[in-house]
Design a protein around this ligand. Structure first.
Ligand code: URA
Length: 435
C-alpha cells in the first residue's frame, strides 16, 4: 500500500477501507508517514468528508494507537460525559456526584486546561489538598466504594490523535466534522466508557459557531458510538454566554457547591440536570428521562449529591470542610469592579472575551508550563436579557492586585458586553438532543 494512492483516492472522493485507514494511522504514529503526506490526506478529508463507516474506523484505529483503559473491575455500566468546551463550564464537578448519587459509577479521567480557565483537574486542585493522581487500584477501589473518582489523564491515550490534532492545528484542517468527531470519540473509547453523553456547545464561546454545525458534529459522534457498540447521546447547548456566573477555578468550585445545594444558577442547573438524566438512562438506573430527572432532583433536594461530593473530596485527600465553608477555598487579595458603560439591557456577551479576561488574571494557561492562580477569575453579575444601569457593576474581577493590568482587564470585561435599549430575544439554553 502506498500513502500517495490513499491521498489520491480520498482527494477524488473515494472511501477508504478499514485496512487503508489503519495503514495511515499506524504509519503516521510510527513516524513512517511524513507530516506532509498526512496533512495532504487531512485536507482531502476536509473537502471530501468521510462516511459513517470510515469515521468509525478512523476512530477505532486512533483509539488502538495507545493505552486502552479496561474499566471492567468497576461494577456497573460506566457512563462518561464529554463537553466540547465552554467558558465557565464546571458541569463535571456537579454531574459526577449527582449521577453517582443515583448509582451510576463515575470513573473519570479529565484534562488540565490550556486556554481560558483550567480544566476539571485544575478546578479540583483548587480545593486544598485535593490529589488527582491515584494508582489504578486506588481509582477502581474508590469508584467501587463511593461511586466516583476523577483523575488526571495519564499514560499514553490515543497518541495518534495527539499527533494528528497538532498537525491539523497548523494545516487549517481542524474544522472538519469527521476529523473532530473521530478525535473526540477515540479518546472516550480508549478511556473505557461503556456509554457516552456529549455536551456539544454552539455559539460565540464555542468551537461550533452555528447550531447546524453543532448538530452535524453531534450526529457524527452519535453515529460513531452506534458503529462501535458504545451507546452515545448528545445535547446541543448554547454557549453564547458563560455558563453560570463564575469563571476561574476556585470561583467555579464555589458555584458548583452552590449548585449541588440546589442554590446554583438556573442555566447551570438546567444543563447539569439534562446531561445527568441522559447518563442515568444510559446507565440503566431509570427507564426514561422524566423518571431520571425526578431522581436527580430528589438527590439535590435531599442533600445526597452534596454528601457524595463531600465524600469524593475527602477520598482524594481534599479538605471536605470547603463544602460547608467555601470561604476556605483560595481567595484573591483584590476585588475590582467592571462597570456598565451605559444603561439598558444586556444584548450580547462575548463569552470568549470573558474567558480571555479570566486567563489574563491568571486563571488559565497560555502555554502548558504556565502556573495557574486558583483564586483569580471573574464573577459576572449580569447575563443576557438583564437590565443594567450605567455605572452598575457587571462583573467583579478577583485579581492578584488592584493595579493597572487588572484595570485593563476590567475594561476588556466591560467591552465584552453589548448593552442596548431593547430587551433581546432570548435563546433557549438547550437546543436539541441527538440520539
Ligand atoms: N477537540 C478534540 O479533542 N479534537 C478535535 O479535533 C477538536 C476539538
Amino acid at each position: 500500500m502506498r500513502t500517495v494512492d490513499l491521498i489520491h483516492k480520498k482527494r477524488n472522493g473515494g472511501q477508504l477501507t478499514r485496512g487503508e485507514l489503519s495503514f495511515l494511522v499506524d504509519g503516521y504514529s510510527r513516524g513512517e508517514i511524513p507530516d506532509y503526506q498526512m496533512s495532504a490526506w487531512a485536507m482531502a478529508v476536509y473537502f471530501q468528508g468521510m462516511n459513517a463507516r470510515e469515521t468509525a474506523e478512523l476512530t477505532l484505529a486512533m483509539a488502538r494507537s495507545g493505552d486502552q483503559v479496561d474499566l471492567s473491575p468497576i461494577h456497573g455500566i460506566k457512563v462518561d460525559k464529554h463537553s466540547t468546551g465552554g467558558v465557565g463550564d464546571k458541569t463535571t464537578l456537579i454531574i459526577g456526584p449527582l449521577v453517582a448519587a443515583c448509582g451510576i459509577p463515575v470513573a473519570k479521567m479529565s484534562g488540565r486546561g490550556l486556554g481560558h480557565t483550567g480544566g476539571t483537574i485544575d478546578k479540583l486542585e483548587a480545593i486544598p489538598g485535593f490529589r488527582t493522581e491515584l494508582t489504578q487500584e486506588q481509582f477502581f477501589e474508590q469508584v467501587n466504594g463511593i461511586g466516583l473518582a476523577v483523575i488526571g489523564q495519564s499514560g499514553n491515550i490515543t497518541p495518534a490523535d495527539k499527533k494528528l490534532y497538532a498537525l491539523r492545528d497548523v494545516t487549517a484542517t481542524v474544522e472538519s466534522i469527521p476529523l473532530i468527531a473521530s478525535s473526540v470519540m477515540s479518546k472516550k473509547i480508549a478511556a473505557g466508557a461503556d456509554a457516552i453523553v456529549l455536551d456539544v456547545k454552539t455559539g460565540s464561546g464555542a468551537f461550533m459557531k452555528t447550531a447546524a454545525d453543532a448538530e452535524a458534529l453531534a450526529k457524527a459522534m452519535v453515529d460513531i458510538g452506534a458503529e462501535v457498540g458504545r451507546q452515545t447521546s448528545a445535547i446541543i447547548s448554547d454557549m453564547d454566554q458563560p455558563l453560570g456566573y463564575a469563571i476561574g477555578n476556585a470561583l467555579e468550585v464555589r458555584e458548583a457547591i452552590a449548585t449541588l445545594r440546589g442554590e446554583g444558577p438556573s442555566d447551570l442547573t438546567e444543563l447539569c440536570l439534562a446531561l445527568s438524566a441522559q447518563m442515568v438512562v444510559l446507565g440503566g438506573q431509570a427507564p426514561d428521562l422524566k423518571t431520571a430527572e425526578a431522581m436527580l432532583r430528589d438527590r439535590l433536594a435531599s442533600g445526597a449529591a452534596l454528601d457524595k461530593f463531600r465524600a469524593f473530596v475527602a477520598a482524594q485527600g481534599g479538605d471536605p470542610s470547603v463544602v460547608d465553608d467555601p470561604d476556605r477555598l483560595p481567595q484573591a487579595p483584590a476585588i475590582v469592579e467592571a462597570t456598565a458603560g451605559r444603561s439598558g439591557y444586556v444584548q450580547r456577551i462575548n463569552a470568549e472575551e470573558l474567558g480571555l479576561a479570566a486567563m489574563l488574571l491568571g486563571a488559565g494557561r497560555e502555554t502548558k508550563d504556565d502556573q495557574i492562580d486558583y483564586a483569580v477569575g471573574l464573577m459576572i453579575s449580569r447575563k443576557v436579557g438583564d437590565r443594567v444601569e450605567e455605572g452598575d457593576p457587571i462583573a467583579w474581577l478577583h485579581a492578584g492586585a488592584d493595579d493597572e493590568k487588572t484595570r485593563q482587564v476590567a475594561e476588556r470585561t466591560r467591552n465584552a458586553y453589548t448593552i442596548g435599549n431593547a430587551a433581546p430575544d432570548m435563546q433557549p439554553l438547550l437546543l436539541s438532543v441527538v440520539t
